[in-house]
Design a protein around this ligand. Sequence first.
Ligand code: NAI
Length: 212
Amino acid sequence: MAENISSAVIGRLPRYYRYLGDLKEAGVVRISSQELSKKMNVTASQIRQDFNNFGGFGQQGYGYNVELLYNEIGKILGLDKNFNMIIIGAGNLGQAIANYKDFDRRGFKLVGIFDVNPKLEGLSIRDIPIMSIDKLESFIKEHNVHIAALTIPKLHAPAIAKQLVDYGVKAIWNFAPVDLNLPEGFIVENVHLAESLMQLSYALTASERDSN
Ligand code: NAI
Protein backbone atom coordinates (compact mmCIF):
# COMPACT_ATOMS: atom_id res chain seq x y z
CA MET A 1 0.00 0.00 0.00
CA ALA A 2 1.10 3.59 -0.60
CA GLU A 3 3.29 5.10 2.11
CA ASN A 4 3.44 8.69 3.35
CA ILE A 5 -0.19 9.52 2.72
CA SER A 6 -1.00 12.88 4.29
CA SER A 7 -2.96 12.86 7.50
CA ALA A 8 -5.54 15.13 5.80
CA VAL A 9 -6.28 12.37 3.27
CA ILE A 10 -6.43 9.70 5.98
CA GLY A 11 -8.70 12.02 7.99
CA ARG A 12 -11.19 12.10 5.09
CA LEU A 13 -11.33 8.31 4.62
CA PRO A 14 -13.76 7.56 7.49
CA ARG A 15 -16.28 9.96 5.93
CA TYR A 16 -15.94 8.30 2.49
CA TYR A 17 -16.35 4.96 4.23
CA ARG A 18 -19.54 6.10 5.99
CA TYR A 19 -21.09 7.48 2.77
CA LEU A 20 -20.19 4.38 0.79
CA GLY A 21 -21.65 2.20 3.54
CA ASP A 22 -24.93 4.12 3.31
CA LEU A 23 -24.92 3.81 -0.50
CA LYS A 24 -24.22 0.08 -0.27
CA GLU A 25 -27.10 -0.36 2.16
CA ALA A 26 -29.36 1.57 -0.21
CA GLY A 27 -28.45 -0.92 -2.96
CA VAL A 28 -26.37 1.49 -5.10
CA VAL A 29 -23.89 -0.52 -7.20
CA ARG A 30 -21.88 2.16 -8.99
CA ILE A 31 -21.23 5.84 -8.41
CA SER A 32 -19.27 8.46 -10.33
CA SER A 33 -16.90 10.84 -8.58
CA GLN A 34 -19.28 13.67 -9.62
CA GLU A 35 -22.26 12.04 -7.89
CA LEU A 36 -20.22 11.22 -4.80
CA SER A 37 -18.92 14.79 -4.82
CA LYS A 38 -22.47 16.23 -4.85
CA LYS A 39 -23.58 13.97 -2.00
CA MET A 40 -20.55 14.66 0.16
CA ASN A 41 -20.10 18.31 -0.74
CA VAL A 42 -16.44 17.74 -1.69
CA THR A 43 -15.14 18.55 -5.19
CA ALA A 44 -14.90 15.64 -7.63
CA SER A 45 -11.24 16.46 -8.21
CA GLN A 46 -10.55 16.23 -4.46
CA ILE A 47 -12.15 12.77 -4.44
CA ARG A 48 -10.08 11.66 -7.43
CA GLN A 49 -6.89 13.09 -5.92
CA ASP A 50 -7.61 11.39 -2.59
CA PHE A 51 -8.29 8.03 -4.24
CA ASN A 52 -5.21 8.37 -6.50
CA ASN A 53 -3.09 8.06 -3.34
CA PHE A 54 -4.26 4.45 -3.26
CA GLY A 55 -3.96 3.73 -6.96
CA GLY A 56 -7.34 5.27 -7.86
CA PHE A 57 -9.41 2.22 -6.89
CA GLY A 58 -9.77 1.22 -10.53
CA GLN A 59 -12.42 3.66 -11.69
CA GLN A 60 -13.46 2.30 -15.08
CA GLY A 61 -16.00 3.69 -17.48
CA TYR A 62 -18.85 4.93 -15.38
CA GLY A 63 -17.67 5.48 -11.86
CA TYR A 64 -16.63 3.33 -8.93
CA ASN A 65 -17.99 0.01 -7.80
CA VAL A 66 -19.51 1.00 -4.42
CA GLU A 67 -19.00 -2.28 -2.60
CA LEU A 68 -15.43 -2.69 -3.85
CA LEU A 69 -14.53 0.86 -2.88
CA TYR A 70 -16.19 0.43 0.53
CA ASN A 71 -14.19 -2.75 1.17
CA GLU A 72 -10.92 -1.23 -0.07
CA ILE A 73 -11.25 1.86 2.14
CA GLY A 74 -12.23 -0.41 5.03
CA LYS A 75 -9.02 -2.39 4.49
CA ILE A 76 -6.90 0.79 4.39
CA LEU A 77 -8.50 1.85 7.68
CA GLY A 78 -7.78 -1.60 9.11
CA LEU A 79 -11.48 -2.28 9.61
CA ASP A 80 -11.16 -5.78 8.16
CA LYS A 81 -9.17 -6.71 11.28
CA ASN A 82 -10.20 -7.23 14.88
CA PHE A 83 -8.60 -5.24 17.67
CA ASN A 84 -8.82 -5.97 21.38
CA MET A 85 -9.54 -2.84 23.40
CA ILE A 86 -9.52 -2.03 27.10
CA ILE A 87 -10.87 1.03 28.88
CA ILE A 88 -9.00 2.63 31.76
CA GLY A 89 -11.40 4.64 33.93
CA ALA A 90 -14.97 3.43 34.39
CA GLY A 91 -16.49 6.83 35.16
CA ASN A 92 -19.03 8.75 33.09
CA LEU A 93 -17.08 8.73 29.85
CA GLY A 94 -15.56 5.25 30.23
CA GLN A 95 -19.00 3.77 30.88
CA ALA A 96 -20.52 5.62 27.91
CA ILE A 97 -17.84 4.22 25.59
CA ALA A 98 -18.19 0.73 27.09
CA ASN A 99 -21.95 0.84 26.51
CA TYR A 100 -21.59 1.74 22.85
CA LYS A 101 -22.09 -1.55 21.00
CA ASP A 102 -21.22 -0.25 17.56
CA PHE A 103 -17.46 -0.30 18.20
CA ASP A 104 -17.62 -4.11 18.45
CA ARG A 105 -19.40 -4.26 15.11
CA ARG A 106 -16.50 -2.32 13.59
CA GLY A 107 -13.98 -4.84 14.95
CA PHE A 108 -12.98 -3.08 18.18
CA LYS A 109 -13.65 -5.76 20.78
CA LEU A 110 -13.86 -4.50 24.35
CA VAL A 111 -12.14 -7.12 26.50
CA GLY A 112 -11.66 -5.41 29.86
CA ILE A 113 -12.34 -2.29 31.91
CA PHE A 114 -10.08 -1.04 34.72
CA ASP A 115 -10.55 1.45 37.55
CA VAL A 116 -8.96 2.38 40.88
CA ASN A 117 -12.31 2.67 42.65
CA PRO A 118 -12.83 -0.56 44.66
CA LYS A 119 -16.61 0.01 44.60
CA LEU A 120 -16.61 -0.60 40.85
CA GLU A 121 -14.58 -3.80 40.99
CA GLY A 122 -16.63 -6.87 40.17
CA LEU A 123 -19.32 -4.90 38.33
CA SER A 124 -19.60 -5.32 34.61
CA ILE A 125 -20.82 -3.43 31.58
CA ARG A 126 -22.32 -5.52 28.76
CA ASP A 127 -20.83 -8.56 30.50
CA ILE A 128 -17.34 -7.06 30.39
CA PRO A 129 -15.85 -7.02 33.90
CA ILE A 130 -14.55 -3.90 35.64
CA MET A 131 -11.26 -4.96 37.22
CA SER A 132 -8.88 -3.38 39.68
CA ILE A 133 -6.11 -1.35 38.09
CA ASP A 134 -3.72 -3.65 40.00
CA LYS A 135 -4.60 -6.37 37.48
CA LEU A 136 -3.65 -4.21 34.50
CA GLU A 137 -0.16 -5.59 33.94
CA SER A 138 -1.06 -9.28 34.14
CA PHE A 139 -4.18 -8.76 32.01
CA ILE A 140 -2.26 -7.01 29.22
CA LYS A 141 0.44 -9.65 29.31
CA GLU A 142 -2.11 -12.47 29.04
CA HIS A 143 -4.36 -10.88 26.42
CA ASN A 144 -3.33 -9.38 23.16
CA VAL A 145 -4.42 -5.80 23.88
CA HIS A 146 -4.10 -3.52 20.87
CA ILE A 147 -5.84 -0.38 22.10
CA ALA A 148 -6.34 1.26 25.51
CA ALA A 149 -8.93 4.02 25.82
CA LEU A 150 -7.82 6.43 28.53
CA THR A 151 -10.77 7.99 30.34
CA ILE A 152 -9.23 8.97 33.68
CA PRO A 153 -8.49 12.39 35.21
CA LYS A 154 -5.65 14.18 33.46
CA LEU A 155 -3.47 14.20 36.57
CA HIS A 156 -3.06 10.41 36.40
CA ALA A 157 -3.14 9.95 32.65
CA PRO A 158 0.59 10.35 31.76
CA ALA A 159 1.74 7.81 34.37
CA ILE A 160 -0.86 5.23 33.36
CA ALA A 161 -0.05 5.84 29.69
CA LYS A 162 3.62 5.08 30.38
CA GLN A 163 2.63 1.81 32.10
CA LEU A 164 0.43 0.88 29.13
CA VAL A 165 3.39 1.34 26.79
CA ASP A 166 5.68 -0.68 29.08
CA TYR A 167 3.17 -3.52 29.39
CA GLY A 168 2.89 -3.80 25.61
CA VAL A 169 -0.32 -2.04 24.54
CA LYS A 170 0.04 -1.02 20.88
CA ALA A 171 -1.98 2.21 20.79
CA ILE A 172 -3.73 4.68 23.10
CA TRP A 173 -7.06 6.38 22.44
CA ASN A 174 -6.61 9.33 24.76
CA PHE A 175 -9.57 11.29 26.09
CA ALA A 176 -7.77 12.93 29.02
CA PRO A 177 -7.10 16.60 28.24
CA VAL A 178 -3.33 16.34 28.53
CA ASP A 179 -0.36 15.60 26.23
CA LEU A 180 0.96 12.17 27.11
CA ASN A 181 4.58 12.54 25.90
CA LEU A 182 4.91 8.96 24.72
CA PRO A 183 7.97 7.46 23.02
CA GLU A 184 8.46 8.64 19.45
CA GLY A 185 6.45 6.60 16.99
CA PHE A 186 4.01 5.24 19.57
CA ILE A 187 0.47 5.40 18.20
CA VAL A 188 -1.84 7.76 20.02
CA GLU A 189 -5.10 9.36 18.93
CA ASN A 190 -6.29 12.27 21.06
CA VAL A 191 -10.02 12.98 21.18
CA HIS A 192 -11.01 16.29 22.68
CA LEU A 193 -14.69 17.19 22.44
CA ALA A 194 -13.99 20.54 24.13
CA GLU A 195 -11.69 21.52 21.25
CA SER A 196 -14.40 20.65 18.75
CA LEU A 197 -16.84 22.78 20.78
CA MET A 198 -14.37 25.67 20.70
CA GLN A 199 -14.32 25.51 16.90
CA LEU A 200 -18.12 25.58 16.94
CA SER A 201 -17.96 28.57 19.27
CA TYR A 202 -15.55 30.31 16.88
CA ALA A 203 -17.88 29.70 13.93
CA LEU A 204 -20.90 30.98 15.90
CA THR A 205 -19.02 34.06 17.06
CA ALA A 206 -17.80 34.78 13.52
CA SER A 207 -21.30 34.42 12.03
CA GLU A 208 -22.75 36.74 14.68
CA ARG A 209 -20.00 39.26 13.92
CA ASP A 210 -20.83 39.09 10.18
CA SER A 211 -24.55 39.62 10.72
CA ASN A 212 -24.00 42.77 12.83
P1 NAI B 1 -15.26 10.47 36.11
O1 NAI B 1 -14.76 11.13 37.36
O2 NAI B 1 -16.70 10.17 35.97
O3 NAI B 1 -14.46 9.09 35.89
C1 NAI B 1 -13.07 8.94 36.05
C2 NAI B 1 -12.84 7.50 36.49
O4 NAI B 1 -11.44 7.26 36.48
C3 NAI B 1 -13.32 7.20 37.91
O5 NAI B 1 -14.13 6.06 37.94
C4 NAI B 1 -12.03 7.02 38.70
O6 NAI B 1 -12.17 6.11 39.77
C5 NAI B 1 -11.10 6.49 37.63
N1 NAI B 1 -9.67 6.69 37.89
C6 NAI B 1 -9.04 7.74 38.46
N2 NAI B 1 -7.72 7.54 38.48
C7 NAI B 1 -7.49 6.33 37.94
C8 NAI B 1 -6.33 5.56 37.69
N3 NAI B 1 -5.11 6.00 38.01
N4 NAI B 1 -6.46 4.36 37.12
C9 NAI B 1 -7.70 3.86 36.80
N5 NAI B 1 -8.84 4.55 37.01
C10 NAI B 1 -8.74 5.78 37.56
O7 NAI B 1 -14.74 11.40 34.93
P2 NAI B 1 -15.28 11.47 33.42
O8 NAI B 1 -16.29 12.52 33.30
O9 NAI B 1 -15.61 10.11 32.96
O10 NAI B 1 -13.97 11.98 32.68
C11 NAI B 1 -12.85 11.13 32.57
C12 NAI B 1 -11.73 11.83 31.79
O11 NAI B 1 -12.17 12.08 30.47
C13 NAI B 1 -11.29 13.18 32.36
O12 NAI B 1 -9.90 13.34 32.14
C14 NAI B 1 -12.06 14.16 31.51
O13 NAI B 1 -11.43 15.42 31.46
C15 NAI B 1 -12.03 13.47 30.19
N6 NAI B 1 -13.10 13.83 29.26
C16 NAI B 1 -12.72 14.02 28.00
C17 NAI B 1 -13.63 14.30 27.04
C18 NAI B 1 -13.13 14.44 25.65
O14 NAI B 1 -13.84 14.90 24.79
N7 NAI B 1 -11.92 14.09 25.39
C19 NAI B 1 -15.06 14.46 27.33
C20 NAI B 1 -15.38 14.18 28.72
C21 NAI B 1 -14.42 13.89 29.65
